[in-house]
Each structure stands twice: as C-alpha cells, then as structure tokens.
Design a protein around this ligand. Structure first.
Ligand SMILES: [Fe+2]
Ligand SMILES: [Fe+2]
Length: 181
C-alpha cells in the first residue's frame, strides 16, 4: 500500500503541513525513546508532547480535516479522522505517573501512533492528493496553508518563512533530501 503512489516532490501547497510533520515525528521519536527510559524522561517527553499539542498539533488535525478532506477518497477520510480521533483521546487522557508503567505505556502508545499516522500521510496520502487534485484545488489549499503557517508558533521559531528566503526552502517530503519521512 505504501508503494501505491510513486515518490513525488511535495507540492508547495502541502509543504506547511509537511513542516508540521517534521516536528511531530521528532516528538514521536522522543516519546518512543522515553518509553524505554526512566520515569523522569517519560514525564519530560509527555510534557513536551502536550505543549506541542496545545500549540499546533491539535490545530493541525483540524486544519487537515477542513482543507484536505474534500480532496480525499472516503476510505482515506475515514482513516485520517479515525487516527486523529484516537490521538485526540490520548492527548487528553489522564495519566497517573505514580502508577507503575502507566506513564511509559502512554509514551509508547502515543509515540507509535503519532509516528505511524504521520508516515502514512507523508508516504501515501499527500502523494495521492497532489496527484488527483486540480491546480485550482491545490492553489486554494496553498492559500489556506500559507495563512495557517503564518500563525504557527512552532514555525516562527524554525526560521524565515518562504517569503523571506532568498533560496528555495528545503522540501520536506517523504522521499526528499531530508530523509526524515
Ligand atoms: Fe493528520
Ligand atoms: Fe498531518
């Protein structure tokens, strides 16, 4: 299934979402690593995830559903919404750090599910969307994602935006040069 669509350079209109994915994957790796470490590391990873959740991941899910669902097939929408719902529930789930294994188990589950969700979007879904969408549809998504990215606190910390860059930004893509997807 992962190979259904050939590797594509990420379309400009989807790059803001891909830049969010870069952050999400880093958080997922931290959570998965913390699940194998001590309690203090796990608590730190959970707090890092929750801070990012409140700042941008929660909004990212809402924005993907709003802007990408019209360009998706029913089964893709069902999968995306289902995985978002599960991660939303996990993000607000109470964890009792004193309870043996509960915190590390939470880190393991969120780390794995966030990683798998982002990888599917990058390796399958976004390629499918940019192949089937019309140029006009992608332009409309691009206007929305540019505006969304201008409001991302995480993005502002990551350096100059596309308008300020003198050279083209590195393309965050599942098969791109960064190799992170
Ligand atoms: Fe998503
Ligand atoms: Fe996403």
């Amino acid at each position: 299934m992962d190979n259904e669509y050939p590797p594509l350079k990420r379309h400009e209109s989807l790059q803001p979402f891909s830049r969010d994915h870069f952050i999400a994957l880093r958080l997922a790796r931290d959570l998965s690593a913390a699940a194998l470490g001590d309690e203090a590391t796990a608590l730190n990873a959970r707090q890092g995830f929750l801070a990012a959740w409140r700042l941008e991941i929660e909004a990212h899910f809402d924005e993907e559903e709003r802007w990408l669902s019209p360009l998706m097939r029913p089964e893709e929408t069902e999968r995306m919404r289902g995985e978002h719902s599960r991660l939303r529930r996990l993000a607000v789930q109470e964890v009792v750090p004193e309870k043996e294994g509960e915190l590390k188990n939470w880190c393991a589950v969120v780390g794995r599910e966030l990683h798998d969700h982002v990888r599917w979007e990058e390796r399958v879904l976004f390629g499918a969307i940019q192949q089937r969408a019309t140029p006009e549809q992608l332009q409309a998504v691009g206007r929305a994602t540019a505006e969304i990215e201008s409001r991302r606190p995480g993005c502002r910390k990551r350096g100059p935006g596309p308008r300020e860059r003198k050279t083209p930004a590195p393309v965050a893509c599942c098969h791109g040069s960064s190799g992170d997807f």
